[in-house]
Write a protein that binds this ligand. Structure first.
Ligand code: ADP
Ligand code: TRP
Length: 321
């Protein structure tokens, strides 16, 4: 079973990204053959800044490696190292109706938010279909916003298979993890870099302390009992504490004498403990850019081997001899 996932190269990663997506992806290395790539071509639809794209792509690579992406076990590469995807993108474009693309929610949302309505942005679901179909992916783990793109991929593959009367492209299935609740931010809204309410994973102690201390609470005093249900500190603590630790925290909430500042410091300490081993690994990769480049190249070689065979088969079928 092949699992494939593309990751947008956003530089900073917050605990919402981690518990919502990254952790699951790393764990999926035990469920099947994982193919994961940094979606650098996709990023061009919104990023028009060389330094920004380079830096963020690199950061994405070291974050994933630090968090447990295993380049031996899985295939991990950066999208633009495997150019076969662009050829498939063009071939598939001719099996994609305008109507299908016009119905894409993400295009409508992104242009409504001010992104330039470029051809790249409009045709991006076809590139995503090429990413998926080039590797005969069976399972594509995605967030809710990406389900439609996997469905479009199935439509495109069906239309292609029908045109050439052969089941040459494998129809993928989107896997949405209903279990993963939305992680809430320091203000109680969905944690998102756009809302400035994040607790970042890899950051300075000073910045992390600032983020944790900024968690919004009510204004109960030290000598008043407090409610842990719906408290933003408690909600975030649930991600880092076991049941006994949470029971203990509940007791501290209802017993007068401590304030929210104390609970925040306990949470801060737990977060630091949790990410410490990853931070050390990340520092190693951050100090060895050559090693990171080698790992990505090694992944690209593995990916290219599969991609070049598949594209050859497809060229053959369509008459590109
Ligand atoms: P952001 O909203 O900060 O820009 P992205 O849109 O880049 O985050 O999300 C990257 C991945 O992390 C997606 O798979 C998304 O589903 C997941 N994710 C982002 N924020 C959260 C959150 N608050 N809770 C759970 N998952 C999240
Ligand atoms: N479009 C996805 C996102 O914005 C990233 C992505 C690109 C992807 N290609 C993919 C995800 C292929 C899964 C499979 O998050």
């Amino acid at each position: 079973m092949r699992i494939l996932s593309g990751i947008q190269p956003s530089g900073t990663i917050h605990i919402g990204n981690y518990f919502g997506m990254v952790k699951k992806m790393i764990e999926s290395q035990n469920d099947g053959e994982l193919f994961a790539f940094i979606a650098s071509y996709h990023a061009l639809t919104s990023v028009k800044d060389k330094e920004f794209l380079e830096k963020n792509s690199y950061e994405a690579a070291i974050n994933f490696l630090a968090l447990g992406m295993d380049p031996e076990k899985s295939t991990f590469w950066i999208q633009h190292d495997v150019k076969e995807v662009l050829e498939l993108y063009w071939i598939l474009s001719n099996h994609t109706s305008m109507g299908l693309l016009e119905r894409a929610h993400s295009y409508k949302d992104k242009t409504a938010r001010g992104l330039v309505a470029s051809h790249g942005l409009f045709s991006y679901p076809v590139l995503m279909a090429a990413d998926i179909l080039l590797f005969d992916s069976n399972i594509v783990p995605v967030g809710k916003d990406q389900i439609q793109h996997v469905e479009m991929t199935r439509d495109i593959a069906t239309s292609f298979n029908h045109a050439y009367k052969k089941e040459i492209l494998t129809l993928p299935v989107a896997k949405v993890d209903e279990e993963v609740a939305t992680v809430l931010g320091t203000d109680g809204a969905k944690m998102s870099k756009s809302y400035n309410n994040t607790i970042d994973m890899f950051t300075t102690s000073k910045q992390r302390k600032k983020q944790v201390m900024s968690i919004v609470t009510d204004s109960k005093e030290l000598d008043e009992p407090k409610e842990w249900e719906n408290c933003n500190i408690y909600n975030i603590s649930k991600l880092f504490m076991n049941e006994d630790e949470l029971k203990d925290l509940q007791k501290r909430y209802i017993t007068p004498g401590e304030g929210y500042g104390h609970f925040k410091l306990t949470l801060l300490e737990k977060i630091e403990q949790y990410f410490k081993p990853y931070e050390e690994k990340r520092e190693y990769f951050a100090a060895n850019p050559k090693k990171v480049r080698e790992i990505l190249e090694f992944g690209a070689q593995k990916a290219r081997k599969i991609a070049s065979e598949k594209i050859k088969e497809i060229r053959d079928i369509v008459g590109l001899i």
